[in-house]
Structure formats: structure tokens, C-alpha cells
Design a protein around this ligand. Structure first.
Ligand code: SF4
Length: 302
């Protein structure tokens, strides 16, 4: 592993824990943006490397959630950016269109994030918004303090959405206002989810989370119009019904949608049937023309 570490991040417990655990090659830097924001980086090459950037975020304010996401009825919908970027490399992920660098940045001042979150009232707080936080749980137990915060604050709904299978690393018996959302796709779509665990592994992880008393949700999002997609999703939903009691699990559905500028950049990184599909562009957003029919179709299957 290679760690690019801001000098001021060196003495934080997360940094020290990662250094002790992985004995990485360390490169000290002044500011994470010196690495992260360089021009002409090779995103996919960087994704293939085992490298992380550790930094201290000076301003840990929370950002307002995107209109592309369900706010779950909360007026206060703010997300945490404790990590920028992901271990996985999904070809449809807007992060590829947003970030110039394939190396994730971990902000090691986690207490500042938790303290800021605790200042919010009656809020929905996704903590895995510009990353897949659970995918990093093998590096450091990032969820522990968020689950503790949810235990103390019933007015907060804290959500971690993931494609990871790391549920065995999570603590048992979290409070009900801590949600674990699993993003699932049929095999014909997981082929675009590079480096992410297989569908079977994610199902196994869901079963583990249920055993540990997590409030689990499933996100079938983004639905991708692969060849013969109706048959593909029909088989997929039948498979889920065999594996899980879907009557007891809330399911979110969304089809592919993206800011058109992110899509433009993403097309340079992934020459893929997902990125190059001729989406309809309206109000600076790329969507399927028949988005409503797609979602209704999937809902009908469920
Ligand atoms: S797992 Fe989520 S955050 Fe990570 S690359 Fe895939 S879509 Fe993006």
C-alpha cells in the first residue's frame, strides 16, 4: 500500500492505526489537493493501485443532499464527506465524472465530522455519499462512532449505503435510526461494477446484517437498460425473492441519471455501453427517455 499523508494528518489515531496495520510506503505531502487535483491523471490506472491519501479537512460542514437523491421526507438532508472517492470503480458512478483522481482521500479528523453532525437537528445524514464507507471498514472501523451518535440522537437518521460485503466487521445491535442500504444489481449489471463484491456476496452480507439486527434497505439503483433488460430484471427480482423476505425490506428504485457534465467526463474514462448510451439530456441532466416506464416495470415485478 502507498499512503500519501498530509504532514498535519500524521499524528491522528486513524493515520497511526492504518500505518500500524498495513506498514505502507509513506509519502508526506503538504496538502491533499497537491495530489488529488492534478491535471491529466489516469483515473483507471490509479484505481488499480493500492493507494490512499490521508488528510485533515479544515472545514467539515455538511453539504445539502442532491435533488437526484431521496430526502426521505427530511427537510434537513445533509451528507458527510469523510471520504472522497471509492475503492470500487463502477462505470456508471458520477464520482468518476466529478473527481480528477482515482485515489480515495480519507479525512482523518473524524471527531470534527461527528461533532458537526451532532449540531444538526431532525436531519437525514447519509455518511456514504461520495464514497462507499463500508468498503473501507477493513482499513479502519469508520462506522463505530456514527452508530454511537445514532444511539444518542433519535432525531437523526444516519444512513450508510454500500456494495460492500463487510458487514461482519460492523458492531451488533445498532439503533433503528441507523440504516444500512445495500445497492444490488443483476449479474448483467454488476459487470459494470468493477472491483465490487458479487451479487451473492452482497446477499450474504445482507443476511449477516439482518442477524446483527440492522435496519436493512435495498437500493435497485441505478437500473441499467442492458440488452433484454426486462427479462434480466425479472430473473433478478425472482432471485432476490428466493433469497430474502422482500416484504420486510424497504426497496428504493432509481434508474440511471446524471449531471450531463459529469457524464461527459465519465465517457472519457469508461468507454462503456452505460456511459455511451444515448440518454435524453434535459435541464442539464442525462436520463433514460422512458425512465418512468422502467421504474414502474421494476416496481411491478416487486
Ligand atoms: S460503489 Fe458506489 S461510490 Fe463506489 S464506485 Fe460504485 S457507485 Fe461509486
Amino acid at each position: 500500500m502507498i499512503l500519501y499523508i498530509e504532514k498535519k494528518a500524521l499524528n491522528y489515531p486513524i493515520t497511526q492505526s492504518i500505518i500500524t496495520k498495513f506498514n505502507p510506503k509513506i509519502i508526506l505531502i503538504n496538502h491533499y489537493k497537491d495530489i488529488f487535483n492534478r491535471f491529466h491523471q489516469n483515473f483507471n490506472y490509479q484505481k488499480s493501485k493500492n493507494a490512499l491519501i490521508l488528510a485533515v479537512k479544515e472545514n467539515t460542514v455538511f453539504y445539502k443532499g442532491s435533488k437526484f437523491c431521496n430526502n426521505r421526507g427530511f427537510k434537513n438532508f445533509y451528507y458527510s464527506t469523510q471520504i472522497l472517492g471509492c475503492i470500487y470503480n463502477c462505470e456508471y458512478c458520477y464520482l468518476g465524472g466529478m473527481y480528477p483522481c482515482g485515489y480515495p482521500v480519507i479525512f482523518v479528523n473524524e471527531d470534527d465530522f461527528i461533532n458537526n453532525a451532532s449540531k444538526l437537528k431532525n436531519a437525514y445524514i447519509p455518511i456514504s455519499y461520495e464514497t462507499d464507507l463500508l468498503a473501507f471498514e477493513g482499513i479502519y472501523p469508520f462506522h463505530k462512532k456514527w452508530i454511537e451518535l445514532a444511539s444518542k440522537r433519535e432525531d437523526l437518521l444516519i444512513e450508510s449505503r454500500t456494495k460492500s460485503a463487510n458487514t461482519d466487521k460492523l458492531p451488533d445491535n445498532p439503533p433503528k435510526n441507523f440504516l444500512l442500504g445495500f445497492s444490488l444489481s443483476p449479474k448483467e449489471v454488476t459487470k459494470f461494477e468493477k472491483k465490487a463484491p458479487s451479487l451473492e456476496k452482497r446477499i450474504k452480507a445482507i443476511k449477516k446484517a439482518l442477524q446483527k439486527n440492522y435496519t436493512v434497505e435495498i437500493a435497485i439503483d441505478p437500473v441499467i437498460k442492458v440488452d433484454n433488460y426486462k427479462e434480466v430484471y425479472k430473473n433478478f427480482i425472482s432471485f432476490l425473492k428466493k433469497e430474502l423476505d422482500l416484504d420486510k425490506i424497504h426497496i428504493e428504485i432509481g434508474s440511471f441519471r446524471m449531471n450531463k457534465d459529469f457524464l461527459k467526463r465519465l465517457r472519457k474514462i469508461h468507454l462503456s455501453e452505460v456511459t455511451w448510451y444515448p440518454y435524453e439530456i434535459k435541464n442539464k441532466e442525462a436520463r433514460y427517455k422512458d425512465e418512468k416506464d422502467i421504474i414502474d416495470f421494476i416496481k411491478g415485478l416487486i
